[in-house]
Write a protein that binds this ligand. Structure first.
Ligand SMILES: C[S@@+](CC[C@H](N)C(=O)[O-])C[C@H]1O[C@@H](n2cnc3c(N)ncnc32)[C@H](O)[C@@H]1O
Length: 245
């Protein structure tokens, strides 16, 4: 029987409006060094892609459009395509990017993108943040191939995501560092009580999270043919990596 991928996505927690609202409201606390991650993406864009021509950008698992919004702030000539399986997130992205031109939204799950020719164009920069870890390693590999096929020669892919640590000891420390980050943020924002203290436990228990090691993901990129595949930044489980077609 043919799978209905949107029905499958609806079983995930991201299909729950309350869950996605909680993420949007608190991502600056949950996501370690979120503003630094965005700065790295912008530096990469300025350095390798630049604004000398109109670039076609694809944002996979766009959420409320924060990545595209940050890129539009440094290059408002971008044509952007934002993909997410959640209507709720796409509505928020639409609100956030109101007033910008050349913005397209596609409601599709990554699994549908793997199955069908949904994207139908090539891009100069494909970016994703905190979404690809919902795919298994086999799906990730196929998804990276799909991404490669939708890049112009010389185009770049960047993924900002959570990684599986290569050993248990490192995993324990990375979780500890993550909790320390959340505590730091709570202190600086004057948040009291045990709110957000269970984020790392929830992350580990949530079976939609299927992180793989950075090494496996970089190897997959290199095997597919990505050049200059490297990790550009890492802090515990959070990493930024990518490569060029
Ligand atoms: C943690 S949020 C990240 C949103 C945004 N990229 C950011 O950095 O704030 C993950 C996003 O991926 C989307 N997502 C999760 N699984 C997906 C799938 N299988 N296909 C498409 N989108 C998915 C969710 O709806 C959500 O918007």
């Amino acid at each position: 029987m043919k799978k209905n991928y949107i029905t499958e996505f609806k079983r995930s927690r991201w299909a729950n409006a309350e869950f996605s609202r909680e993420y949007r409201d608190n991502a600056d606390i949950f996501v370690v060094e979120r503003s630094r991650l965005l700065e790295i993406m912008k530096s990469f864009y300025r350095y390798f892609i630049g604004d000398s021509k109109k670039n076609n950008v694809l944002d996979l698992g766009c959420g409320d459009g924060i990545l595209t919004h940050n890129l539009l702030e440094i290059d408002n000539t971008i044509s952007a395509t934002l993909v997410d399986a959640s209507d709720d997130m796409l509505n928020k992205a639409n609100e956030r990017l109101h007033g910008f031109e050349n913005i397209n939204f596609i409601r599709a799950s990554f699994q549908e993108i793997l199955e069908k020719d949904i994207l139908q164009q090539k891009f100069d920069f494909i970016v994703s943040s905190l979404a690809i870890h919902h795919l298994t390693m086999n799906e990730k590999r196929d998804f990276f191939k799909k991404i490669y096929s939708h890049l112009h020669p010389g185009g770049y892919f960047m993924n900002i995501d959570v990684m599986l640590a290569p050993t248990d000891a490192l995993e324990q420390w990375y979780m500890q560092m993550w909790r320390e980050w959340i505590d730091e943020r709570k202190t600086s924002l004057g948040i009291e009580g045990n709110i957000f203290d269970d984020i790392t436990r929830r992350y580990k228990e949530f079976d939609d999270n299927k992180p793989d090691t950075l090494d496996d993901q970089l190897s997959a990129l290199r095997d597919i043919g990505f050049k200059e595949a490297d990790c550009f930044y890492k802090y515990g489980v959070f990493a930024v990596y990518g490569g060029r077609k």
